[in-house]
Design a protein around this ligand. Structure first.
Ligand SMILES: Nc1ncnc2c1ncn2[C@@H]1O[C@H](COP(=O)(O)OP(=O)(O)OP(=O)(O)O)[C@@H](O)[C@H]1O
Ligand SMILES: [Mg+2]
Length: 417
């Protein structure tokens, strides 16, 4: 059964799988402290159950835990520290070797060391990222600099522009300070994410893993301060003229951001799955908690808890509004009796009351358009950018932290990006 709000805090880290500790302060500060304590941290190797795998992996790393091949391919740069770890790789920040002249905060970039699958070669996530990011170029999409290959270690490293925060951290910081994210910041972040998504979709790219930890935010002062960048293209793919059905790619999108059509086992899906995830992001920015969260069930089973959680808030999907519902595997087969699920008293909640907002406000209207059950009726990124929500004060800006005093309306602000 779907979960109520209780127990939510403990689940945040479980699903975000970025930093293990509460992200209440800038990443920089936390990392410095961690370095000082010198506590051994869980790494890829420590998660492996098999002893042989452990020994093999340990021998491919230097004494500092930095992969050996990485230090070799990055001559001229210092590996400063590890900044993140996800399912497909470990991310480090590196910096041009100090010649006594350069500012410590410049000349930095992020480098992802892919967790290679032994003997099977390079992982698909790396291939997807390299293939797509070398061509993408937009202010709201992460820029990849180079691909480094350590032939001896059969390892792949990708370097990107270094961005010092992610949205997950920003949300957690506000949670710990019991502060709402200012309206201007929420609007600007959403507007920038939508611009990035619109760019991707117009270029036939589906991201398939939009979530707070995959949205990076520049906080340093400078030209791109306060800009949001979509990162982690490990699940992304082109959706034009596909030779294989998309479903053959397996499970996509982190559970809490996964759309109903994916949960219900659709045969076909479209970029609308990214728009559902953007809706979940929007709700989370307003609420400082995920909108729909549940415990992940093991294996490749129907994630009934997640679907029920959605129904608790949005009501039951109807075949009138969504005729293709009858073609969804789990609906058709009535898996876990999903067709008859009714939230018990106390579980049903309305979006507007969850967010303490008025039913008729433009933010709720836009959010509901993103969380439309029928993917064909769900708002597109291009349409969302023209929504009334962005046509009123505070107008969104290219610096989500500092309101642009000059701009009057989103059209003017487009020039500044
Ligand atoms: N360019 C960057 N600059 C700064 N930090 C970054 C950068 N790229 C990634 N990170 C940090 O590293 C984390 C993991 O990176 P990324 O999401 O690309 O890896 P992943 O293994 O594909 O993750 P996932 O678990 O989402 O699949 C991010 O959530 C972010 O905090
Ligand atoms: Mg990620």
């Amino acid at each position: 059964m779907g979960n109520g709000d209780d127990g939510h805090e403990g689940m945040l880290d479980e699903a975000m799988h970025t930093s293990e500790e509460v992200v209440a302060r800038p990443r920089e500060e936390k990392e410095v402290e961690k370095e000082k304590k010198k506590k051994p941290k869980a790494t890829t190797t420590s998660r492996m159950s098999n002893q042989v795998k452990k020994r093999k992996a340990a021998s491919s790393r230097g004494t500092t835990g930095i992969p050996k091949g990485l230090a070799r391919v990055l001559e001229g740069y210092d590996i400063v520290r590890k900044i993140g770890e996800g399912t497909s790789g470990v991310v480090y920040v590196v910096q041009a070797k100090d010649d006594g002249q350069c500012d410590q905060t410049t000349n930095r970039f992020a480098i992802k060391a892919y967790k290679t699958v032994s003997k099977k070669g390079v992982c698909t996530a790396a291939i997807r990222e390299i293939g797509l990011l070398r061509e993408l170029n937009h202010p709201n999409v992460i820029r990849m600099n180079k691909v480094h290959i350590a032939q001896k270690e059969r390892a792949v490293f990708l370097s990107y522009e270094y961005i010092n925060h992610d949205l997950h951290e920003i949300i957690r910081r506000h949670v710990s300070q019991h502060k709402k994210i200012p309206e201007y910041t929420v609007k600007s972040l959403l507007w920038q994410i939508l611009r990035g998504v619109d760019y991707l979709h117009s270029n036939w790219v589906m991201h398939r893993d939009l979530k707070p930890s995959n949205i990076l935010i520049t906080a340093e002062e400078g030209k791109s301060q306060g800009s949001a960048k979509i990162a982690d293209f490990g699940l992304a793919r082109l959706f034009r003229n596909t030779l294989q059905p998309l479903r053959a790619d397996g499970v996509v999108v982190t559970l809490w951001y996964r759309s109903p059509e994916l949960l219900l086992g659709t045969q076909h899906y479209s970029p609308a799955i990214d728009m559902w995830a953007v809706g979940c992001l929007f709700g989370e920015l307003l609420r400082l908690r995920p909108l729909f969260y549940s415990h992940q069930l093991p294996g490749n089973t129907f994630q009934v808890n997640q679907m029920e959680r959605i129904i608790n808030i949005l009501g039951r999907p109807s075949t009138t509004r969504w005729p293709a519902l009858t073609e969804m595997d789990h609906w058709k087969n009535n898996t876990n009796n999903i067709q008859n699920y009714k939230p018990t008293k106390g579980k049903a909640r309305k979006l507007e009351s969850m967010l303490s907002m008025k039913k008729d406000c433009t933010a709720i209207h836009l959010l509901k358009r993103m969380l439309e059950y029928n993917p064909q009726k769900r708002i597109t990124a291009a349409e969302a950018l023209k929504h009334e929500y962005f046509q009123s004060e505070p107008y969104p800006g290219s610096n989500c932290f500092v309101e642009n005093q000059m701009g009057k309306g989103p059209n003017n602000l487009e020039i500044t990006l």
